[in-house]
Design a protein. Structure first.
Length: 255
């Protein structure tokens, strides 16, 4: 039993073969998925998928790269949708200093507003962080994000920062990079962070795990992530699947 906690089945890359992708996921023990919407188009598609499939849930928010495009009306719309029973989180939101579309101060304001919204609607937060770790952690602290907690999506930071995030009531989610030979930090996190704090994800269609690196990722490949974590921890693949699924259900408030 596997739970792909972060997947973009709403991406254009799956337009032509979505049914086959979902079928392959099921054949590889993926019993649950959370489809993440991060702008108007992808939020609408995430909601549609969650309403169509009983094993698919939606996380909805505004991506930091596009923070400059987010309006108060968008935020109100997300708040309205958050009442839907299949919506399990706010996000992905956070900070991305790699791309320069949205100024840092605009990103920070959008991030704070979404944390405040998550607290208002009592849902966990899915965090996107690229080259902005200290600012992300500082804002989570300042906004008391631990009240709802959440997920550090596709975590690539150090063990030390991971422990700070865990103290803030956040789960650490590992994706394809943990399988990359040169990915020292994700492997260290997999080895040293307790299984009770870990989740697995694909971030498909991005970041396909080895041996599919560079190809289109898909939720069936979350099995490769679970197998790598099991190998690094010296435990069974089944144990990783069972525990990370339990963790996902807990953070997403699912029975």
């Amino acid at each position: 039993m596997l739970f792909d906690t972060h997947v973009h089945l709403n991406a254009d890359q799956f337009e032509d073969d979505l049914d086959e992708v979902i079928q392959r996921a099921k054949e590889n023990n993926v019993e649950y998925m959370t489809v993440v919407g991060f702008d108007t188009k992808t939020i609408k598609k995430a909601m549609e998928l969650a309403e169509t499939h009983d094993f698919i849930y939606a996380a909805i928010g505004w991506h930091p790269v596009d923070a400059i495009d987010m309006t108060d009306e968008d935020l109100e719309w997300i708040e309205e949708l958050a009442a839907h029973p299949k919506v399990v989180a706010i996000g992905e939101t956070g900070l991305d200093y790699h791309w320069d579309k949205s100024p840092h101060d605009v990103q920070k304001e959008a991030f704070r507003k979404q944390i405040q919204l998550a607290k208002k609607v009592k849902l966990p937060i899915v965090i996107h962080n690229r080259e902005a770790t200290q600012d992300v952690v500082d804002i989570l602290r300042e906004e008391n994000a631990e009240e709802v907690g959440g997920i550090m999506h596709c975590y690539s930071g150090s063990v030390e920062i991971a422990k700070q995030c865990i103290d803030l009531n956040f789960m650490i989610s590992l994706g394809g990079p943990v399988t990359f030979k040169n990915a020292k930090k994700p492997k260290e996190v997999a080895e040293e962070i307790g299984l009770e704090h870990l989740l697995i994800e694909t971030d498909a269609p991005y970041l396909a795990p080895h041996p599919n690196r560079g190809k289109r990722n898909e939720p069936a490949y979350v099995k490769l992530v679970a197998e790598q974590i099991a190998e690094l921890k010296g435990i069974s693949y089944e144990e990783v699947g069972k525990r990370t699924t339990e963790n996902a259900k807990k953070i997403y408030q699912l029975k």
